[in-house]
Design a protein around this ligand. Sequence first.
Ligand SMILES: [Zn+2]
Length: 208
Amino acid sequence: MQDPIRNSFPTLYCHLPPWIPWKGAKTMNLYRIRPLPVDTALNGYRLLLTTKVIELVASMLPKRVDGRSHENVLYLAGSIDGITRCAFEVVVPKAKTAPGSYTTSRDSHAEVLWNLSNRNLVVVGQVHCHPGGAVYHSDADDDLAFIKGEGFWSIVVPNYGEDGMIPLSSCGFHCYSNHAFRLLKEPAVSNRVIVAKDRPDQKKGGSA
Ligand SMILES: [Zn+2]
């Protein structure tokens, strides 16, 4: 069976929470029929991003093919420390990209997991970009996410990733909990997404 294609281009209007703050988000119709679950909790799963990861995403996410920008996807790798997912590496999966969609194959998923497991790293999140300012998940983003497991993060970066992830408030942070990806509302993002200069020690006595 063929995977459905993610599609960020307008086909249907979606059920958006009224607080969606991003410029252009309400005129850029993402394919979303199901209501978008929202996470307002100040305490919950956390995501730690090193500044290096943020810089790598800014340089690796934007993709142009024949002069046209494409949606693109990266994975965040690192470690799990209690309720905190620590991201300190960026992985480029094999992906088929287009101006309004991207797809990854199950083979590429297996390859990524195999390579990381040999280095004691896990995938803690994924990052992909959207064409405009709408940075919430489409239905297909929910359905086709690399991992749907408690505490997994999915970040959507606006403007084809051309402006990077800073400020973080320009991005859509989704965390999977209670059987769904939920879009974090401010100030949940400020409380639970942490930027660190350095990679944290993985273990007591382990190498940093
Ligand atoms: Zn998307």
